[in-house]
Design a protein. Structure first.
Length: 204
């Protein structure tokens, strides 16, 4: 037996076979059925964590990748497609630096497997501008100085774009509430709120 090809399923089946065999000898119907399942399971081809084909539609362009099922959307974007605008912050889904849009919805890319976003429309910070023409939200963040170190800014902008698309209220308190999943460690929240409200057409 090739030790390198032993799966957990096969190991458990082999470990259970002596008990099953004893039950079969005693005529237990339940163990007889289990024996049939074990025999059929043991001949299934092993399925491991090797690369599989995945198609990601990012910023209007399809990308054919071969990645392991465990690869997150964040890692696929940054390491496979070189779209490094989406940031890896906490890697636990609590800071919002990795926010992207999947079919128009805000998603933490660090908590989303790439295979889960297959064939869906993914928009990153790189996909908001039209060539050299900035998205209105990007322009508002610049005009209102809605950042300091800038690390959280891509996620903030993407989340703010979704906030307006979702037609959420844009008074100051509502903006703070609906943007609460995006943390700015520099504390630029007043300027971020001003930028979002300006992009929504309100006076800053």
């Amino acid at each position: 037996m090739d030790v390198g090809k032993v799966t957990r399923r096969r190991f458990l089946v082999r470990a259970a076979l002596p008990t099953i065999a004893a039950g079969v000898a005693l005529g237990s119907p339940r163990l007889c059925a289990l024996a049939q399942t074990a025999v059929s399971t043991s001949v299934l081809p092993a399925s491991g964590p090797g690369p599989i084909p995945v198609t990601l539609n990012v910023n209007g362009r399809p990308h054919e990748l071969r990645i392991e099922p465990r690869v997150t959307l964040l890692d696929a974007l940054r390491e496979r497609l070189a779209l490094t605008g989406t940031k890896k912050g906490c890697d636990q889904g609590t800071c919002g630096a990795c926010t992207v849009l999947v079919d128009g919805r805000r998603v933490n890319a660090c908590l989303t497997l790439a295979v889960m976003a297959q064939h869906k429309a993914i928009t990153t910070i790189e996909g908001l501008a039209d060539g050299d023409q900035l998205h209105p939200m990007q322009a508002a963040f610049i005009a209102h100085d809605g950042f300091q170190c800038g690390y959280c800014t891509p996620g903030q902008i993407v989340s703010a774009v979704a906030l307006l698309a979702e037609k959420r209220p844009t008074d100051e308190q509502s903006v703070r509430e609906w943007m609460s999943g995006n943390i700015c460690r520099c504390g630029a929240y007043p300027n971020i709120v001003a930028a979002v409200r300006a992009a929504a057409g309100h006076a800053s």
